[in-house]
Design a protein around this ligand. Sequence first.
Ligand code: ZN
Length: 199
Amino acid sequence: MQQLIQQLLAELGEDPGREGLLNTPKRVEKALKFLTSGYDMDVDEVLNDALFTVDYSEMVIVKDIDFYSLCEHHLLPFFGKCHVAYIPRTKVIGLSKIPRLVDIFSRRLQIQERLTSQIADTIREKINPLGVAVVMEATHLCMSMRGVEKQNSFCVTSSMLGGFRDNARTRMEFLELIKLRTAVRASTTGEPVAACTND
Ligand SMILES: [Zn+2]
């Protein structure tokens, strides 16, 4: 990988041999390996000692989870907040495990839509709750740094399953509790976009 990065630097018109760039290939390799370390993480290993049977059927919410991911179209970061909620049927997940779950899927090459549904689908698979909701709000550097649709470089995606999809009141309660930043933004910059541009 280091050789490729050295070559890339040269292709960009740089001198890979100058002092400031000498260790760059090594650093970039290390950074990229960390940013894609989700491929090597196992969901069951992270979750299995933290699934508990409980007699509790109210909404569980973990909000404002910071996440950082890489857009698979440009290999540039997109990052922001993730909000997760579910209504237990018989099992809950240890609260500290939810941000770990977000890391597993965000430390990969991603698109925001898939990342959002992978988190929701995994929670559904692992504890079979009455409903799951995941909302992600993110800034995409591939849009904001390149000046593409600057105002709309803030993307919101959601995955609503079970009770959150079928019951408008449950969904509204969740959206009210997480108080999306977007609700404010939408009124000044128009509709938020739900996808990363593809060029
Ligand atoms: Zn992109």
